[in-house]
Write a protein that binds this ligand. Structure first.
Ligand code: HEC
Length: 112
């Protein structure tokens, strides 16, 4: 009786373990797709950190350039992109290429 029970328990443990492994895989896959969508957002952030922090601050708080923490509420993605491409006032143009400008603009347009 005892040994039958332990075999049953062993079987249960195994299937729980297998199920756990299976769901871990599923989770990892989900985490992967999640990080892919994040990647485009953080790519904008990365480019920002490379080209814009000097004047706009590491947390968008503004240094010699204005605070950009709510810039997405002020301008749409398109307008931000054109500011980045063309510069404005004391902000130089051509800091990044057109593709990078679009990526940063998308990221900044979500700051509201
Ligand atoms: C040399 C300093 C400098 C750098 C580098 C710089 N900016 Fe600026 N930025 C400014 C200044 C100064 C202004 C204000 C321009 C004006 O007077 O209209 C500004 C304005 C802006 C605005 C409009 C803000 C508003 O509220 O009107 C955006 C958006 C912006 N910058 C984004 C960026 C991005 C993105 C980068 C990196 C690609 C960047 N800036 C790099 C100096 C800089």
């Amino acid at each position: 009786m005892k040994s039958k029970l332990s075999i049953l328990l062993l079987g249960l443990t195994l299937s729980v373990l297998l199920a756990a492994c299976g769901s871990n895989d599923a989770k990892e896959e989900k985490a992967d797709t999640g990080s892919k969508t994040e990647a485009s957002a953080s790519e904008g952030e990365e480019l920002y950190q490379q080209s814009c922090v000097g004047c706009h601050g590491k947390d968008l708080e503004g240094v010699s350039g204005p605070n950009l923490q709510e810039v997405g509420g002020k301008y749409d993605e398109h307008k931000i992109e054109s500011i980045i491409k063309n510069g404005r006032g004391n902000m130089p143009k051509g800091l990044v290429n057109d593709k990078e400008a679009a990526v940063i603009a998308k990221w900044l347009s979500e700051k509201k």
